[in-house]
Design a protein around this ligand. Structure first.
Ligand SMILES: CC(C)(COP(=O)(O)OP(=O)(O)OC[C@H]1O[C@@H](n2cnc3c(N)ncnc32)[C@H](O)[C@@H]1OP(=O)(O)O)[C@@H](O)C(=O)NCCC(=O)NCCS
Length: 150
């Protein structure tokens, strides 16, 4: 771990993490899921959520929906004060590892074409744009990115 990285742990998120995850989703995600949808997803076996924990604090999270041999990353966010410490990267790695365990071959995600930070993170981790959806976020284009898990 480099000295720029915080002392964080990546853990599977549970139903009891719903309040923290809903708060992060509503603070940082452009088109946030409702509290009800997130709470239901946290107890649905077709989803897996991970959280990054620093002490007692939830510093970030990621969610993924499993569909046969594909996984769709729902959202990932890291609290502002904890960015550029490798947390986002480790959250995505946790999903890649879980995908491998489940023999899931491909991971997909959608990102606003103007979201430079998220696109840089995903590209660093091997995701490539496979197509785009113009005007998906209001006037903004969504990029659909994919990576193989092997
Ligand atoms: C995108 C996000 C999750 C990244 O989290 P993070 O913990 O800061 O990411 P990491 O520290 O793991 O960064 C890993 C790499 O991604 C790239 N990266 C991350 N943030 C970046 C930025 N602001 N600008 C350029 N590259 C960036 C870099 O290559 C970085 O490696 P480096 O720090 O060694 O240069 C975070 O910025 C965030 O929560 N944004 C708001 C929510 C959001 O937009 N989520 C995505 C929705 S699709």
């Amino acid at each position: 771990m480099s000295d720029k990285e915080a002392d964080f742990k990546i853990l599977k998120a549970l139903a009891s993490d719903a309040d923290d995850i809903v708060a992060l989703e509503h603070e940082y995600i452009e088109c946030p899921w409702s509290e009800k949808d997130l709470t239901n997803a946290l107890i649905n076996p077709l989803y897996t959520f991970y959280k990054a924990e620093i002490g007692q604090e939830t510093a970030g999270y990621i969610g993924v929906n499993w569909c046969l041999d594909e996984g769709n990353v729902c959202n990932v966010a890291v609290k502002k004060g904890y960015r550029r410490m490798g947390i986002g990267k480790e959250l995505v790695f946790a999903v890649v590892e879980e995908a491998r365990k489940r023999s899931v071959k491909r991971l997909y995600l959608e990102v606003n074409a103007f979201n430079v930070a998220a696109i840089a993170l995903y590209e660093k981790l091997g995701f490539r744009t496979v197509y785009s959806r113009p005007r998906y976020y209001g006037e903004d284009t969504a990029l659909v990115m994919m990576r193989e898990t092997e």
